[in-house]
Write a protein that binds this ligand. Structure first.
Ligand code: FAD
Ligand code: A2P
Length: 275
């Protein structure tokens, strides 16, 4: 009997093949600290909009160097999108920021996370509260039909230090109007409330301050939060998550989980220094 040998193209043979490899299909640089990219989606990968996976590159020692990343694309998308920080001396992102179309990344196809519809009790208004790259899971959920099927109103609050850092989210929200798949479903249900804290902009201030002062409710013409009606999903730095939880609890909302759905859920956008 002749032994079967794997069929490879010359290009494939030239590259070391990564385990769980996916191919980069698009890269966009938004600022010198932020970029987004799209990769092929493993056929077998099923996930719920809002979940995260481990992605990475091969390290210098030949072992995978992996980090948690929210999937920024919705569950129905045939590719996967990610929105990333560039940490200058970060083990992964100092290299990941240089990826180009055609390159391969590693993607472990085991999605998990708490920012999912199943972790919230039914309600009529859904608040997405994010700072920085914490908008990534909401970039997925804002494109998820279930979001608009389950809620009458969806409010996306995103806060960054500077205006340029809001641009990925701004363009995404803008694109929803004309989206052939969910544009009609979104209609005027989605209210977008971007703010900056360190550069002049139409609306300014921290999410915590704009909620406690009532400014966001006044600006959008909405009633204050009410645990009977309002649900929230939170994603930002540890300090932000900590402080916004206290604000939500002040409105009477309680933290839920996949195992016990309640009125709000929280996920870290990253693990801070020394934690
Ligand atoms: P690391 O050694 O991992 O980080 C170095 C330092 O950089 C950290 O101590 C922190 O101070 C800072 N830092 C790391 N990530 C961020 C960030 N996103 N924003 C601001 N400062 C940061 N990162 C993303 O860019 N996009 C995502 O969608 C994303 N999703 C995540 C989901 C979860 C559940 C968790 C826990 C983390 C997520 N992260 C995300 C962070 C990510 O896992 C890495 O920390 C990041 O890619 C930097 O990797 P690194 O190896 O270059 O540096
Ligand atoms: P500020 O400029 O007032 O610190 P960072 O880049 O430090 O992660 O911050 C991203 C955004 O989140 C900034 O606009 C920052 O506002 C805001 N922010 C940081 N920490 C908190 C917090 N504990 N509560 C509310 N907003 C916060």
């Amino acid at each position: 009997m002749t032994e079967l040998s794997p069929v490879t193209t010359p290009e494939a043979a030239a590259k070391p093949h990564l385990p769980d490899a996916q191919t980069v299909t698009a890269v966009t640089h938004w600022t010198d600290r932020l970029f987004s990219f799209r990769v092929t989606r493993p056929k077998s990968l099923r996930f719920r909009s809002g979940e995260f996976v481990m992605i990475g590159l091969l390290g210098d020692n030949g072992k995978p160097l992996l980090r948690a990343y929210s999937i920024a694309s919705p569950a129905w998308d045939e590719e996967l999108e990610f929105y990333s920080i560039k940490v200058p001396d970060g083990p992964l992102t100092s290299r990941l920021q240089h990826i180009k179309v055609g390159d391969e990344i590693i993607l472990r196809p085991k999605p998990v996370g708490t920012l999912v519809h199943d972790a919230l009790l039914p309600g009529s208004r859904l608040w997405f509260l994010a700072t920085g790259t914490g908008i990534a899971p909401f970039a997925s959920l804002m494109r998820e039909p279930e979001t608009y099927e389950k809620y009458d109103q969806v409010i996306m609050m995103h806060t960054c230090r500077e205006v340029a850092e809001l641009e990925y989210g701004r363009q995404l929200v803008e694109s929803l109007k004309d989206d052939p798949l969910i544009g009609e479903l979104v209609g005027d249900k989605l209210k977008y409330y971007p703010t900056t804290t360190r550069e002049p902009f139409a609306h300014m201030g921290r999410i915590t301050d704009n909620l406690t002062s009532g400014k966001v409710f006044a600006d959008l013409g909405l009633a204050p939060m009410d645990p009977e009606e309002d649900r929230a999903m939170v994603c930002g730095s540890l300090a932000f998550n900590h402080d916004v939880k206290a604000v939500l609890e002040g409105f009477g909302l309680r933290e839920g989980a996949n195992s016990e759905p309640l009125e709000y859920v929280v996920e870290k956008a990253f693990v801070g220094d020394g934690i």
